[in-house]
Design a binder for this molecule. Structure first.
Ligand code: SAM
Length: 280
């Protein structure tokens, strides 16, 4: 924090920073895996920081959690078994469980403390944790996927921290190979892929690794997220089969969203010119 009143996340390698005015520090601890901080802010509700990086705020998390879940769920023909790797704040889990067709959603976060703090400071994100279809595991997602049996999941959502520390191995070819091995025939994987403006090389490397691992199709989608570097975030989908949007099911969805709908889905899938060139 650069003063007693502001939290600033400096994305040093990109020469950018984002600040929020804070009113109170609510919690700070060093867990077995990472440094965790929770602040109350003046205008964004509560804010969770892991290892100095902004993770989630009360006010704007809906962009991220909805876009990490619903596009992929409506791009799969019939997703029944979903794994969330990371996602300890439970916001993605809540969105996934809005889909009645999902029979089982396993959240695998390495750090139980993130979830315990979310239960206190982001309780609205944890409101589906007691759903009988939810299963919360606290182990390394890399190991979980490596040890999994073939054909044991339809959709893997990688809702992790940045590719440093415990999340580093979640962005590599070996991990993607392990994902392919346990995904069902039409299975797909979606992973947060940072900012296309600031981290284009990371997305290029990630998509290369997905391709080299054996995923024939990749698609990056874009959405606003003002708390993260550049305010413009992305997720990348890797799939075994061609993606086909269930637009009618989306238009007739029987649950509420704050951001996501059919038009947002189509807009998010549109590829900017500079991005198309990078993959030409
Ligand atoms: N929305 C966030 C973002 O993009 O900055 C991600 C939030 S979520 C809280 C990230 C979670 O990933 C953390 O709770 C962290 O413990 C978890 N994580 C990091 N590495 C992991 C691994 N190898 N296995 C499982 N979970 C991991």
């Amino acid at each position: 924090m650069n003063s007693s009143e502001w939290f600033t996340e400096q994305a040093a390698s990109t020469g950018t920073a984002f600040s929020l005015k804070i009113t109170k520090k609510l919690h700070e601890e060093q867990s077995d895996f990472q440094h965790l901080e929770i602040y109350e802010t003046e205008t964004f509700g509560n804010l969770m920081i892991i290892d100095g990086c902004t993770m989630v705020s009360t006010r704007d998390n809906f962009f991220y959690h909805e876009m990490m879940s619903h596009p992929a769920l409506f791009l799969h023909s019939n997703p029944k078994r979903v794994w969330i790797i990371g996602g300890g704040d439970c916001g993605t889990l809540r969105e996934v469980l809005k889909h009645k067709g999902v029979e089982q959603a396993v959240q695998i976060d390495i750090d139980e403390r993130v979830t315990r703090l979310a239960e206190i400071y982001f309780s609205e994100l944890c409101e589906s944790n007691d759903d009988p279809r939810a299963d919360l595991k606290f182990i390394d997602g890399i190991k979980w996927v490596k040890d999994a049996a073939p054909n044991s999941v339809d959709l893997i959502i990688v809702d992790s921290t940045d590719p440093i520390g415990p999340a580093e191995g979640l962005f590599g070819e070996e991990f993607y190979r392990d994902c392919i091995a346990c995904l069902s025939e039409n299975g797909l994987l979606v992973q947060q892929s940072e900012s296309a403006l600031l981290h284009l090389n990371l997305i290029i490397e990630m998509r290369d690794a997905m391709k080299n691992a054996g995923f024939p199709h990749q698609q990056t989608l874009f959405f606003p997220q003002c708390l993260y570097p550049s305010g413009w975030w992305s997720a990348t989908i890797a799939s075994k089969a061609e993606l086909a949007f269930r637009a009618n099911d989306c238009a007739n969805k029987d649950f509420e969203t704050t951001y996501y709908n059919v038009d947002i889905h189509n807009a998010a899938m549109a590829q900017p010119e500079f991005f198309k060139k990078a993959f030409a």
